[in-house]
Write a protein that binds this ligand. Structure first.
Ligand SMILES: C[S@@+](CC[C@H](N)C(=O)[O-])C[C@H]1O[C@@H](n2cnc3c(N)ncnc32)[C@H](O)[C@@H]1O
Length: 263
């Protein structure tokens, strides 16, 4: 009997170490394995075990740990959750400071984000915008939009962020009518990677870019946006620069591409 109990305890210990330490450490350096582990296996398992979704768990972490009306504490609470509990596809705490520095450098009067998810990068961007500037952020998944609204509200930034629900391809042509925007000073691309190039071309067609508009694209290496990179790096209409970093909360190479529209 004692042997059976010892074997069971040993097995539970082994499984626990595998789940919390060995597998996460082993997948840190491989993009495919990291995404498979964090974004498929862990997420689906925890969803089934807790009858909740990852964005709902992330929101609870914000509500528990972050101070209302304090954007920095919301950012820190999400980063803490993602480093210690569950990975999530926010731009994260390593690429985040690069995003911050570009937003500060541009100091945009008009700003657009493609891909809100839970609102992490919206909060990051909006907290740095000049007085009077509003960030327009687009999200087509209604459940993510619902969580993002609550995260944004917790950060006290609901007056600085317009979250619009819908697909970027449908909404970009409506920006002028919906918001009276003529051009964007700053665009952050962080939605599905196969939409970066078509949406950039749509922004051009709709004349929403002016000479000097700055585009910042996340995940250009992992999962990767080869057609977008090829376009902005070779077109005479853009001056482009790569900022090397890592996929959020891992050691896999990833980076941001900053491209200035030359007109
Ligand atoms: C990588 S996540 C965004 C992460 C977020 N920018 C952050 O750093 O906190 C990508 C998001 O884009 C949304 N999305 C993907 N394609 C879209 C599209 N064409 N239009 C609107 N939202 C889109 C997805 O539902 C997902 O929530």
């Amino acid at each position: 009997m004692l042997t059976v109990v010892a074997v069971c305890v040993g097995l539970v210990g082994l499984l626990y170490s595998l789940y919390t330490w060995l597998i996460p450490a082993a997948v840190q350096y491989n993009s495919w394995l990291a995404l498979l582990w964090h974004d498929v296996i862990v997420e689906k398992t925890l969803n089934a075990l807790t009858s909740s979704t990852r964005p709902q768990r992330l929101l609870r972490a914000v509500q528990r740990k972050a101070t209302k009306g304090d954007p920095q504490s919301v950012i820190s609470a999400i980063d803490y959750f993602c480093r210690n509990s569950e990975w999530a596809m926010n731009v994260g705490d390593e690429k985040g400071p690069i995003l911050d520095s570009v937003v500060c450098e541009v100091s945009p009067a008009t700003a657009l984000e493609l891909g809100t998810y839970c609102g992490y990068s919206s909060v990051r961007i909006a907290r740095l915008l000049p007085v009077g500037t509003k960030l327009i952020t687009l999200e087509f998944h209604p459940d993510y939009a619902c969580i993002a609204r609550q995260v944004i509200q917790h950060a006290g930034l609901e007056d600085k962020i317009f979250l619009v629900e819908g697909a970027s391809g449908d909404l970009i042509p409506k920006m002028a009518d919906m918001f009276g925007i003529s051009t964007f000073d700053f665009v952050f691309l962080d939605h599905w990677k196969d939409r970066y190039l078509p949406d950039l071309k749509l922004l051009e067609e709709c004349q929403l870019l002016r000479k000097g508009s700055v585009l910042l694209a996340d995940n250009v290496i992992c999962p990767g946006t080869p057609d977008y990179l090829e376009y902005v790096r070779n077109s005479p209409r853009y001056e482009s620069r790569y900022f090397q970093s890592h996929l959020e909360y891992t050691k896999v190479e990833d980076g941001l591409e900053k491209s200035v529209f030359l007109g």
